[in-house]
Design a protein around this ligand. Sequence first.
Ligand SMILES: *Cc1c(COP(=O)(O)O)cnc(C)c1O
Length: 466
Amino acid sequence: MKNLRPIPAVERVLQALGDAGLPRPVIVAVVRRELATLRAEKAIPGFDRVVDRIRKALERLRQSKIRPVINGTGIIVHTNLGRAPLGPDVVATLQRVAADYTNLEFDLATGERGERASYLEHNLALLCDAEAATVVNNCAAALVLMLRHFTAGERKEVVISRGELVQIGGGFRIPDILEASGARLREVGTTNQTTLADYARVIGPATALVLKVHRSNFFMGGFVASPSTAELAALARKKRVPLVEDLGSGAVMATERLAGLEHEPTPAEVLKHGVNLVCFSGDKLFGGPQAGIIAGRARLVAALKREPFFRALRCDKLILGALQTTVDLHLETPASGWAIPSGNADPERRAPVEQMLQVSREELRGRAAKMVEALAGAPLKAGIGEGKAQVGGGSLPRSAIPSVTLDLVPQNMRLSDLATRLRAGDPPVIGYLSGNRFKLDLRTIFPRQDVEVVRAIHRAMEAGPG
Ligand SMILES: *Cc1c(COP(=O)(O)O)cnc(C)c1O
């Protein structure tokens, strides 16, 4: 059936839309695009329906702006939710370095050009018990830089166990990174078994480096074996090839001391075992901004910094400033479990990811009880439940941290409707469905957000049946 209604004029639609909370050229572009789609569909609804449809498109676009959300998933380092949130000290640093000029590459003592991030690199090396350290955009960039550096000459082969040819998160596959870096992959062993002899057999004149990748986002059990870092380091030393370890998460604290967690190797530990260079992310368990940290032998770190490609991977003053404060806090925190005695014990100042790992279930239960009370009168059943929080972000896949949840069962809508409405709220609240309940894990919700969560739930319920 042919629809003969005319396409409404752009101006008329814009007037009907009013203020959509987006820059005007953006609104105009969306209106034009939606009208063009309607024209192509050759089925033009009434004016109000057209405006309604465009309003929804604008709202979807507006929702996609980066903004704070409340994380009730229990996944502490949630890559889709921006990984590690930053603490107040780090935020204060960001504010200061963002608004003013800085001594980023200026030596205040001489008044001449200075070295970028020298203080940060100095302290990072100290924290990792390394000769030297440096920073690039992320751990993937750190890997690419190292691979390119070591495979730039005649030696092109990167020796890696078949058990470590992993995919980490979306679009990050170790074999692809190797290929993109111009390296030739030399696989050894099998998926579940790789021996020292397997490595020894293939290391030869074509070997550029041996790469060890920490199996951070999955766990392999059963008939599984691979040489220890120390054994591999001894072999690499004997064969005179560099050994690089990609640790991924970069925990500097003793994770085994936290409830429910296994031991996660620290950068200092693997370097002590004889690895030449280690790399890890700044925004996973390290609790800082997105960055890729490289630590190890001074000669190698210096060579990496001389690579022309290093320039393309360098961080800006905001990241360097945020990381500098994160590192100093680690150095001051006894719970980091590192060798040198430290001064500051104020747990409030620790990176939020560390605080979330450490908060007790009693404390979470107390908060949940208050929230349940504050929800009295809303058309839903609210209760205190049990949850299993996770480190996430490809760290400690086997570790579940016993946690406490706020459990909701709405009386006038479906669970999925409640989830949708909470996501659409301001701020959006993200939870999960389990056992016929909508659950919000309190471990990943900041105590300061409890009131906001309660308010968001009231609002979602008020909106009436969906
Ligand atoms: C997360 C991870 C990476 C990627 O780190 P980004 O900082 O996101 O680039 C690389 N290797 C391992 C082992 C990881 O866990």
